[in-house]
Ligand binder design. Structure first.
Ligand SMILES: [Zn+2]
Length: 415
């Protein structure tokens, strides 16, 4: 059964001018590529029905009744093979089909799972967990599909204990709240809520370092729900900024850091492939700010900048894609005519020659966070893309190293 819920954007739009005043007007370069002009007014999304599918004979149970799950339908093909339909929240949509479910069986045995994607192609290699926290990729000998397919086929070893299966590690808004609480035990970090998502979830930010510092650094993550590897590298990066090293202490005296670690909590918790609950790719809404998540973050950053009379020096938006790369402005497009991204990337790559980032200069007209930071805040910014399959240990170490290197570079700059 499909449950179609139309988000009541009409009422939001009607009251927008009253609450928020004038429409956002930011100087933005002439758009020549029409793919950069995206309508970001809300569109309906489809919610999955939350349920546990029970197959008493042969005694197999599959459930999406948990936060971050995604399975739309389950059918039994034979007593050991089950087909799971995975649909996006709406479409057209980026090819990043997220799935997550729990499975258990009355007696121990092998179960074959066929994922059948609608409007998508396979991207994420399945991982399993016994507790929803520690994840292991399905053994290669249990995996039978080729990538880029509209289906994925693999074998699980099930029993009475619940087995979690997910596209990537499950890291929901609950996980985030715990992480932020843990970090905010340090006196130099304040946990704050800068707004509410479409479905009313708190949008969290951390304010790190001296709010009276003359310089600001902006960090964003998780506009796109399945992009866990970028989120993990952001975790290591932010923890390093918060460290006890002399470098980190000096940095926090000179820089006020604003971190929005999960821009799209509705999408994350509802197992979306890409969009927020307004059915929109948030990383196309940084020109018009039609969605509450982007609107609230912009207002928050502008307010902090004004209140503390500081200047934004750099912005980083963490994402994931097939490979490790930085989307960065071309040097000629930077306000100062020269950037710090190139020297930074060179230094990171020297330390991680087997896992280098490739520098990809990208245009100024896409309606993405990087370009908003450039056009409205007049600061250099990048999209920090981590490969879907990059080794998790490399991600942690590289996140720590890239944070140290960036702190050194930013402290040496003469402002
Ligand atoms: Zn992304």
């Amino acid at each position: 059964m499909k449950i179609l819920k139309v988000v009541h954007t009409a009422s939001f739009l009607l009251i927008t001018p009253v609450i928020f005043g004038q429409r956002v007007v930011i100087p933005w370069p002439q758009v020549t590529d029409s793919s950069d002009l995206v309508d970001t007014h809300s569109r309906p999304i489809e919610y999955q029905e939350k349920k546990t599918w029970s197959f008493p004979e042969p005694g197999v149970y599959i459930s999406n009744e948990f936060t971050g799950a995604r399975v739309n339908e389950v059918t039994e093909l034979n007593d050991s093979t089950f087909s799971l339909t995975i649909r996006p929240e709406n479409f057209p949509i980026n090819m990043s089909p997220w799935y997550a479910f729990k499975i258990w069986s009355r007696s121990p045995g092998d179960i074959y799972i066929k994922l059948r994607y609608e409007h998508g192609r396979h991207r994420y290699y399945p991982k399993t967990s016994k507790n929803g926290k520690n994840w292991t990729p399905v053994r290669q000998t249990d995996y039978f599909s080729t990538s880029k397919d509209t289906t994925a086929f693999f074998r699980l070893h099930t029993g009475t204990d619940t087995l979690w299966v997910s596209a990537q590690e499950l890291m929901t808004s609950e996980w985030l709240a715990k992480w932020v609480r843990m970090l905010a035990e340090k006196p130099w970090i304040r946990d704050t809520v800068f707004g509410y998502s479409t479905l009313g979830k708190p949008l969290r930010a951390m304010k790190i370092g001296s709010e009276n510092a003359p310089n600001m650094l902006i960090i964003l993550s998780r506009q796109h729900p399945p992009e866990i590897t970028g989120f993990k590298e952001m975790n290591a990066f932010v923890e390093t900024l918060n460290g006890d090293s002399r470098l980190a202490r000096k940095f926090r005296k000179n820089f006020y850091v604003v971190v929005a670690p999960m821009m799209n909590p509705d999408g994350v918790d509802n197992g979306h492939w890409r969009h927020n609950a307004g059915g929109i790719d948030l990383n196309r809404d940084w020109r018009w700010f039609n969605q509450p998540e982007t609107f609230a973050f912009r207002a928050f950053v502008l307010g902090e900048r004004e209140k503390h009379h500081s200047t934004v020096r750099y912005g980083i938006d963490f994402h994931s894609t097939q490979v490790d790369l930085f989307y960065m402005p071309a040097d000629k497009d930077l306000p100062s005519g020269k950037g710090i991204t190139r020297p930074w990337i060179t230094k990171i790559n020297k330390k991680f020659p087997d896992h280098p980032f490739s520098p990809e200069p990208s245009g100024l007209t896409g309606q993405i966070s990087k370009n908003w930071i450039l056009h409205e805040l007049h600061a250099e910014a990048i999209t920090y893309e981590v490969g879907d399959n990059t080794d998790r240990e490399v991600i942690r170490k590289r996140g720590e190293t890239s944070a140290k290197l960036l702190m050194k570079i930013l402290l040496k700059e003469k402002y």
